[in-house]
Design a protein around this ligand. Structure first.
Ligand SMILES: C[S@@+](CC[C@H](N)C(=O)[O-])C[C@H]1O[C@@H](n2cnc3c(N)ncnc32)[C@H](O)[C@@H]1O
Length: 693
């Protein structure tokens, strides 16, 4: 067999390099559009251990983790896959955001740059490896009657086809040529104005629903030249079809069909058609059929599509996402190759086109993207006038971090680095030696990890924990301290707590940190001489709001909550030393109560300045401009955030409502969670408690 070889396809022993096979559980962080009744039912099903109802899924994560993790539940169950992977070498993850009508570009995050390097780092070789790894999983996910459509350009398309032919052997169906723009100004060659869409099926027998488009005006004019007395356009058409058949009577005359053909209809039908004037004989006595234009479904759709325009900036569907594809394109694909209720998957969903069209056409869907902004854009699009069925937003959050922690700091366990291929940190040093904490509190002792230069050979969980904390402290430019349970380091006179990878920082943690801090203060020479604590966490519980801050203030502690960035998981980013920690944004909400009516009003929102591009910061004159979206869960029951109400900006609607009221039907104590998503796509939550009588 002819085979396309690229560097990296085979290892040094001549074995094909297999993709990373991990199965991480998904973590639901948000449930959208679920009614109170559905929410109760979902909770009941959960508590009784029964299967929850189907929820469409929007997953934030890299396809290299998401696709293998979907296998356990969905291998052989996905009916249709459309992917539009990043295929232009110049394409990156930057996105455009708007502040008062002005557009700004946000450069890609380190994680996004990393994904881009994974994809194109070594040019076509790495792209093909990256692409094939995705296709291997997608093929496993496809159902027996399923199809996959892969959207590419003419540079990468032929290579991708060769790679896919190898995986799909004989089920290549067609290559659609989509005329993307009418003209492309190429002065030295014919303009490249099209994309390619490769269609493969899992097996030779696949779901296919023949689709038609209206005939062109030219065609109608040249073919349907006659008009009947009612004004209906028609043409005289052939009465035979291929394959021989018997003679039949037409108006009392027995006529043989021409050799190799047969009359299209039974004798009975011919008699009926003759009586209703739908069959007539020509002057030479040849039967003809009267075909009306309005009875014809149109032309069967072929593989060259010139009738679907790209999304233009004035279109209602335009989200401002650079590579957004038109809904009409997805509609054509989904309608031709799936039925209502079928499951559609797109692991590069971008602005959400596949999910939106699948939802409109009553298909179930799973959509994934690595870009934070892509997930946010898709979420907003699904919320619009569509009012789609409930869906959940998921990520691999703590599971991805647990995997990383095990791989990096706890290799004595059943997982190996090869299993995980989450790269070790060869330059990892730990905080060995004697950190100089000159004058930063005499009692703060340095703590040396067990064997810092061999993080993989750690003796046990405790020292694995220690190594993990040292690693984070080092990235935070803090020194380790020992002798405390909740206080792990010191930086510029402030104590530092490092949160665990698998649990959010909770108010309980905050009290413990505060209590230990208080115990330590004033206990003589061992006391920290600082009143500040930086609490570093991957996640922060909803409830971590004023209560925690109050707790800290009462204890006379200046507590700062700082997010550990996901970049920490990436070897390259760590090596480059470009890890930046940001304080949590702060949201102020006023709550007013009148009987059972609660009114919430946003009153302030402060975003850590370091995270914001300079030009954007300059353009912002009022705190409201930071907010792109906000939502409220009026009755949070320690389940995920349910957005029971939301308001957001779109390209058409730039205003944001800042106040909302809600009437509780039943008396009781309620927890209200407010979620704000800023213009950079980050979210901040705040919890309020209310008693309704
Ligand atoms: C060409 S765009 C898709 C556009 C989409 N079809 C639409 O209509 O908006 C490609 C998307 O792939 C995402 N992406 C790139 N690498 C990824 C990866 N490794 N895992 C998941 N998504 C990725 C990018 O964030 C981007 O949103």
């Amino acid at each position: 067999m002819t085979e396309l070889i690229w560097e990296g396809k085979y290892d040094k022993d001549g074995k094909k390099v297999a993709p990373l096979h991990v199965a991480l559980p998904f973590q639901t962080v948000e449930t959208i559009n679920e009614s109170t009744k559905e929410r109760q039912l979902a909770q009941d099903l959960f508590t009784t251990g029964r299967d929850p109802q189907w929820r469409n899924r929007l997953i934030w994560g890299d396809k290299k983790y998401v696709l293998p993790s979907l296998l356990e539940e969905f291998a052989g169950k996905v009916d249709l896959i459309y992917i539009d992977p990043p295929f232009a070498t110049g394409q990156n993850f930057s996105f455009n955001m708007r502040v008062d009508g002005e557009e700004f570009t946000k450069e890609p995050s380190i994680i996004e740059q990393k994904a881009y390097r994974d994809t194109w780092g070594r040019g076509l070789d790495s792209y093909l490896q990256w692409f094939s790894e995705a296709v291997i999983f997608l093929q496993e996910l496809l159902s027996e009657r399923g199809s996959i459509f892969v959207h590419l350009d003419c540079n990468i398309g032929p290579y991708a086809k060769a790679a896919m032919d190898e995986l799909f052997s004989r089920t290549f169906q067609t290559q659609v040529v989509w005329q993307r723009v009418t003209a492309h100004s190429d002065s030295r060659r014919f303009g490249i104005n099209y994309d390619l869409i490769l269609h493969y099926s899992k097996a030779p027998d696949f779901t296919w629903i023949v689709r038609h488009v209206a005939h062109s005006e030219d065609y109608v004019e040249s073919h349907y030249t006659q008009v009947n007395e009612e004004g209906r356009k028609f043409r005289w058409d052939n009465a035979t079809a291929a394959g021989s058949g018997p003679a039949r009577y037409f108006f009392g005359k027995l006529l043989e069909p021409p050799p190799g053909t047969h009359w299209r209809w039974s004798q009975e039908r011919i008699d009926d058609l003759g009586a209703s004037g739908r069959i007539a004989l020509t002057s030479k006595g040849k039967p003809q059929y009267k075909r009306f234009l309005d009875e014809m479904p149109g032309k069967v759709i072929q593989a060259v599509w010139t009738d679907i325009a790209p999304v233009n900036s004035q279109a209602l569907e335009d989200t401002g996402f650079d590579t957004q594809k038109p809904e009409a394109l997805l509609e054509r694909i989904i309608k031709a190759s799936s039925n209502e209720g079928d499951l559609v998957l797109d692991c590069f969903v971008g602005s959400g086109t596949t999910a939106v069209v699948a939802a409109k056409l009553n298909r179930r869907w799973i959509a994934c993207d690595l870009g934070r902004f892509a997930i946010h854009t898709t979420r907003k699009r699904l919320l619009g006038p569509l009012n789609v069925k409930p869906f959940v937003v998921q990520n691999l959050g703590k599971y991805e971090r647990q995997l990383w922690q095990k791989a990096e700091f706890d290799l004595g366990t059943d997982l190996t680095r090869e299993d995980l291929t989450l790269n070790p940190f060869p330059t990892w040093k730990g905080t060995s030696g004697s950190p100089s904490h000159s004058g930063k509190g005499p009692g703060i002792r340095s703590d040396t990890p067990a064997s810092p230069s061999h993080p993989g050979k750690g003796p046990g969980v405790r020292s694995a924990d220690l190594r993990y904390r040292h690693f984070i402290l080092e990235l935070y430019h803090a020194q380790s301290v020992s002798g405390y349970v909740w206080l792990h380091g010191v930086k510029a006179g402030r104590m530092v707590h490092v949160g665990a990878v698998d649990a959010p920082i909770s108010p309980g943690d905050v009290s413990q940190i505060a209590a230990e801090f208080k115990r330590a203060v004033g206990t003589g020479k061992d006391a920290p001489i600082t009143n500040g604590v930086d609490v570093l966490g991957w996640d922060f519980a909803f409830e971590l709001n004023e209560v925690s801050k109050q707790q800290a203030a009462q204890a006379n502690i200046n507590m700062r909550f700082v997010r550990i960035p996901r970049e920490v998981l990436e070897k390259k980013a760590v090596e480059q030393g470009d890890i930046r920690f940001f304080e949590l944004a702060a949201l102020s909400v006023d709550m007013a109560q009148k009987g059972r009516v609660i009114t919430l009003k946003l009153t302030d929102f402060v975003i850590p300045p370091d995270d914001v591009p300079e030009d954007v910061r300059k353009a912002i004159t009022h705190w409201e401009q930071w907010i792109d979206y906000w939502a409220v869960d009026w009755n949070n029951r320690s389940d995920t955030f349910h957005n029971e109400w939301q308001d957001y900006r779109t390209r058409q609607k730039r205003d944001l409502q800042k106040q909302v009221a809600h009437t509780y039907e039943q008396p009781g104590q309620y927890i209200i969670v407010v979620k704000v998503i800023d213009i950079l796509g980050n979210d901040t939550t705040k919890t309020l408690k209310v008693t309704v009588v």
